[in-house]
Structure formats: structure tokens, C-alpha cells
Design a protein around this ligand. Structure first.
Ligand SMILES: Cc1ncc(COP(=O)(O)O)c(C=O)c1O
Length: 470
């Protein structure tokens, strides 16, 4: 029996849950019954159930069996809206403390200047050159050295940039190499478009080049997507060395790099994008969503020179062009220096909030950079991430379960530990997602933020049984 058999079975059970064959709340067959059905052993079924439990799809109770979990409740936990009596640690957005008022004033001023009639028509279908210049200037500010304004394309946010690149540069059924824990927006695109995510092992500096190399040899992905700075969700930031080694691996294989550097502005000093090391194979993405406002829906792609017209035609075919009115406003903000000031301010707030959070959550294993918007917290004791997320929600604390980010059950994942063993032999294992992501920026008021952290610390200290753990 192959080592991956239990994963294959876990996936099949998950599909049966998805199509409603096993309804939410229903009891799953016993290990023995399912072993007969799948022509395998009860031990393999037990392993498959363990994977499903780790990924929040089922819940197992000693003596009672395994039951299908309701994930709709979990989905509601990532929320942009929240009630007064809730603390939102779930959504990654700028901190609106004083920001909203100054943004509002700036926008009013910019809107007063929207006199160019071209902005109101179907002109400039690849985007206004002034907007592309501003976008390129924005990306250069945070480290990009290669490319030009002509190589800069405009999208409705980074999400649109990602979906555009995945749709245009991969085919249905193609594999896409991703960091083992990644931004769920990428997983959704892959799922809707029928692309297969492949998990690449990570450490505190992000994607491991040797793991990517193995994945490329074994699965021939058409694309690799990385979030090199303040990675969502782990907070990992790639060192210059890591970037160079990763670039040399990508250079050796026939695949595209998509570098989603939406959090690059949070680095204390500019870091060389991987794109700059292999510009002919790379697409670099940035956006104003995290530094200014996701409401602008302004994103940028810097493309290899020979891909610009293809990409521009695809954007034209799908949305014609990203809203020029919004890009006009964004360009004023960038060219006047206001956007950079706002980005710097958000970075300062993030630094301050990291200090507060690290102090409040000091007994726990946290990972993040000093200026990240979020923290990745390994759950202590007997807490399981989905359970913690739901219990926290009952107490008005909105946090994001590690299970949202995991490339785990998706088709293929490579075990981090294999690199200590024989090269070339892929040892497929489920990932551990027993962590939560905490956004430190969504609660505008600092007093309320501190209060929420105290509540969180109390809940963490309390085991799921309700008893204090230390
Ligand atoms: C890594 C990453 N990429 C892309 C996005 C989407 O950004 P946008 O609002 O610009 O579409 C997010 C949002 O959280 C993100 O974390």
C-alpha cells in the first residue's frame, strides 16, 4: 500500500462531505466498515480520519465515533464587519485610527481634480500611462529595480492580479507550487479554476528552495507563487540569501514565478524582490490595499517585457480596464508623497501593535516580523485551531484558524522532514495547522485592542475543558 493511500482516502471522504453524501453533523462509518469499502486496513482509515480532523472537516470522540463538522460557522469568522462588542483579530486591513479622516480629506481633494474627460470614457484600454508610472514608482519605492512603467499593468487589487496570472499562465489541471501555509484567496482561485495546489515546505524564512526543487522535479508545476515579505499567514520574510537561492531553483525549471509582495511596504528597508533576480520569468504584484485602503481596489503587476501585450489583452478581454477614476486618485496619492507617508504610518502602527501583542501574549510561540500586520500563534496545550476559533467567536474574539491557510489536503504536499532523509523520495504527510492568525490592525482603538488581547490571553490560558493550563 502506498504511503499516500490514507491521503487519497481522506480526499475522497472530503469530496463526499462536500457533495453532501455525508451530511454536516452525521456520523461517519466505523474504521472497519470504511476499510472494507476502500479495500484497505482500519489503520489507514484511522490515519485518514486524523488528517480530516486536523483540517477541521470532522470531529472524533473516543467511544462515540467521528462526525462531520459544520465549517460554515468557521467561514463567518473572517469578517470585515464586526459588532461593538466584538474584537476583530481576523481581517488584514490598514489601521483606521486617524487614517480614515486623512484619507477622506485626501480623496475629496483628488476627486475635485478629476477633470480629464478621458477618465470617464473607454480610452487608454491598457491603462493611462500616468497611472502606470505612478504604480511603477510605488513598486520601486519598496525595492523593485527592474522593469518600467510600460511593463506595469493595472488590476482591481492584488486578488485580481493573482486570478489574472493564474488564469492566463496555467491551464486547468496544472499544478501550482505554493507555500505550505498561504493566503486563502490563492486557494480559492485554484479551486474555482481547477488548478492543483502543491505545498512547498517552509521555515522561518519562507519557502524552502530545496523543497521547491523537489516539487518541480516530482510534479512539474506550471507556476510558483510566493509572498516573500510578512508572509500571510506565517509572517515569514525571506532573507536576501533565501531569495537568491530560490531564484536559482526557479531559473532551472520551466515555470513562472508570481511574487505577491503586497506586504513589501512593511519592510524596514527595501529588500530585493526575487523578480529582480529572474525578471524574464517573473510577475511582481503590489497593491494599495494594505497601506492605503482595500476600497480603492488598486493593484499592479510588473510583467516581463515580452508578456506585456498578452497580459494587457487579457485584462482588456475580462474587465476592459481597471477603474481609471480610482487609479487617478491613487496616482495623486503616490506622486504627491502622501501614499508613502500613509504606508510609513501604517508600518509604525504595526510596530507599536506588535510590541503590545508580544507582551500580552508572551508565554506563547509567536511568529511575525517587528512590523507585520499580523501574528501567527501556535496554540498551546490541547487547543485545536478550529475549536479555538469557534470558542473565541463565542466570546466576541474573531481570529483566523490555521486551517484556512493550509495547502494540506490539496492533492500533494511535501514533508519538511524529508530533507533530512533521502533526496528524491517524497514523503507525503499532512501539515500541522494548530495555529491561528491574529491581525493586529483591524481594531482601530488602541484601548479596545489591548482589552481584546487580554481576553485572548485568558482564553489561551484556559484549556478547551475550561480549566486553567498553567
Ligand atoms: C497575500 C495577499 N495577496 C493578496 C491579497 C488581496 O489584496 P487586494 O485587496 O489588493 O486584492 C491579500 C489580502 O489579504 C493578501 O494577504
Amino acid at each position: 500500500m502506498s504511503e499516500a493511500k490514507y491521503l487519497e482516502i481522506a480526499r475522497r471522504i472530503e469530496s463526499l462531505i462536500d457533495i453532501g453524501h455525508y451530511a454536516v453533523g452525521s456520523k461517519l462509518p466505523t474504521h472497519r466498515a470504511l476499510a472494507d469499502e476502500f479495500n484497505t486496513t482500519p489503520v489507514t482509515i484511522a490515519k485518514a480520519y486524523k488528517v480530516l480532523a486536523e483540517n477541521g472537516r470532522i470531529e472524533s470522540f473516543v467511544g462515540r465515533g467521528s462526525f462531520v463538522r459544520d465549517r460554515s460557522q468557521l467561514k463567518q469568522v473572517i469578517q470585515s464587519h464586526f459588532a461593538d462588542n466584538e474584537w476583530n483579530f481576523s481581517i488584514l486591513q490598514p489601521c483606521y485610527a486617524d487614517h480614515l479622516e486623512s484619507l477622506h480629506t485626501q480623496l475629496k481633494n483628488s476627486f475635485d481634480q478629476l477633470s480629464n474627460p478621458g477618465l470617464y470614457g473607454y480610452t487608454e484600454d491598457t491603462g493611462f500611462s500616468a497611472h502606470r508610472e505612478a504604480g511603477f514608482a510605488w513598486m520601486q519605492k519598496f525595492g523593485l529595480r527592474t522593469g518600467s512603467a510600460e511593463q506595469t499593468l493595472l488590476t482591481n487589487g492584488a486578488q485580481h492580479a493573482l486570478s489574472t496570472l493564474i488564469e492566463l499562465y496555467t491551464k486547468p489541471g496544472d499544478r501550482i507550487a505554493l507555500e505550505a501555509q498561504t493566503y486563502p484567496g490563492i486557494l480559492s482561485i485554484a479551486s474555482f479554476l481547477g488548478r492543483q495546489p502543491v505545498a512547498v515546505a517552509m521555515d522561518e524564512y519562507g519557502m524552502l528552495p530545496e523543497s521547491l526543487n523537489e516539487v518541480c522535479r516530482e510534479y512539474q508545476p506550471a507556476m510558483v507563487i510566493i509572498i516573500p515579505s510578512h508572509q500571510n499567514p506565517t509572517g515569514a520574510t525571506m532573507s536576501e540569501d533565501r531569495r537568491r537561492t530560490l531564484a536559482s531553483v526557479i531559473q532551472r525549471h520551466p515555470l513562472w514565478l508570481v511574487e505577491d509582495d503586497i506586504y513589501g511596504f512593511l519592510n524596514e528597508s527595501p529588500v530585493t524582490p526575487v523578480t529582480d533576480l529572474i525578471p524574464e520569468k517573473s510577475f511582481y504584484i503590489s497593491s494599495l490595499s494594505k497601506a492605503i485602503s482595500p476600497g480603492l481596489r488598486c493593484g499592479y503587476i510588473k510583467a516581463p517585457q515580452n508578456q506585456v501585450s498578452r497580459l494587457a489583452s487579457f485584462i482588456r478581454a475580462t474587465v476592459w480596464l481597471a477603474s481609471p477614476l480610482m487609479f487617478e486618485v491613487a496616482s495623486h496619492l503616490i506622486m504627491s508623497g502622501t501614499a508613502i507617508e500613509m504606508a510609513n504610518k501604517q508600518r509604525d502602527i504595526a510596530r507599536h501593535r506588535q510590541e503590545i501583542a508580544r507582551h500580552a501574549l508572551s508565554p506563547y510561540t509567536l511568529s511575525a516580523q517587528k512590523t507585520s500586520f499580523h501574528i501567527w500563534l501556535s496554540l498551546p496545550g490541547n487547543w485545536q485551531a478550529d475549536q479555538f476559533t469557534l470558542t473565541a467567536k463565542e466570546r466576541g474574539l474573531l481570529v483566523s484558524s490555521g486551517s484556512y491557510f493550509s495547502v494540506d489536503l490539496n492533492q500533494f504536499s511535501v514533508d519538511l522532514n524529508q530533507f533530512n532523509t533521502e533526496p528524491g523520495q517524497l514523503n507525503v504527510e499532512p501539515r500541522q495547522n494548530n495555529a491561528i492568525r491574529l491581525s493586529l490592525m483591524a481594531i482601530a482603538d488602541e484601548g479596545s485592542f489591548r482589552e481584546g488581547l487580554r481576553e485572548l490571553a485568558t482564553l489561551l490560558k484556559t484549556g478547551k475543558s475550561g480549566y486553567l493550563q498553567f
